[in-house]
Design a protein around this ligand. Structure first.
Ligand SMILES: [Zn+2]
Length: 257
């Protein structure tokens, strides 16, 4: 993919409206091209600013009254419903109101909630790791090799356990990018199924029990524990994924030095 094509796609990429293959292509290009990466960051900031700052404003009583008149007049076909306001003004007002309304509605519909975006990110990262043949940056079943690998690559140390004895062997780990931050992805296997376990520091002070959801045919379990947020995703059925989570959960893990 070249810059011309990438620049065309960056907006759609930012809005998460590209299919996976395109996402992989754009990803690759962004990794190697600082210009396009800057453009992406710009788009991303704009999008975040819109989400954060696009407020809702109540119409003033005057505006509401005028709109009511305009709509009423339109219904009854009256000629000068608002007396001193010329007709073009009413028409203009109606158009402006329609534009404001449709922009608000569009923003509301188009912009996914942060929760949606996060779930999307998780599933996309999982699928991408399988498609792009990029399961792990450090391929090892040794937790004492995987855990230190993250040192210096992240500003936190994810809990890493080999669960071979429990039927979920550790395959490796990699850096991934979720929710606008680099995160640890730990890779486990169960029979032929791959499980990605994403871990990052939680912003929520409360611990949350594992909660299941499914998206695009994948099962997800998320929970927070000991200041970390965990997301497990796989094509495994929910019962077996829960079994995995029970084993990985730091409260039940064996103490290690
Ligand atoms: Zn480029």
């Amino acid at each position: 993919m070249d810059c011309v094509e990438a620049k065309d796609l960056v907006q759609l990429y930012t809005d998460q409206e590209l299919d996976l293959l395109r996402v992989v292509d754009v990803d690759k290009h962004l990794q190697s091209c600082a210009d396009c990466r800057a453009l992406y960051h710009q788009q991303h900031m704009l999008r975040s600013a819109l989400r954060r700052d696009a407020g809702y404003h109540r119409a003033t009583p005057e505006l509401r009254e005028r709109l009511r008149f305009a709509l009423h007049a339109e219904k009854n076909g009256a000629k000068r419903p608002l007396g001193r306001w010329p007709k073009w003004w009413n028409a203009g007002l109606a158009v402006a109101a329609a534009v404001v309304l449709s922009v608000s509605v569009a923003l509301y519909i188009v912009l996914p909630t942060s929760q949606d975006r996060l779930e999307n990110d998780i599933v996309s990262s999982h699928v991408r790791s399988l498609m792009a043949n990029h399961l792990s940056d450090v391929a090892s079943s040794d937790q004492h090799a995987v855990k230190p690998w993250f040192n210096g690559r992240l500003d936190y140390s994810p809990p890493v356990n080999d669960l071979t004895a429990q039927g979920f062997p550790l395959v490796g780990g990699r850096l991934d990018y979720v929710d606008n931050r680099p995160v640890a992805a730990l890779v486990y296997r169960h029979r032929q199924h791959t499980i990605n376990l994403f871990v990052w520091p939680s912003t929520d002070a409360h611990e949350q029990k594992p909660r299941a959801l499914s998206r695009q045919g994948y099962n997800l379990l998320r929970w927070t524990q000991r200041g970390m947020e965990f997301w497990a995703v796989s094509d495994l059925n929910e019962a077996e994924l829960r079994q995995f989570v029970d084993n990985v959960s730091p409260l039940t893990e064996p103490r290690q030095g």
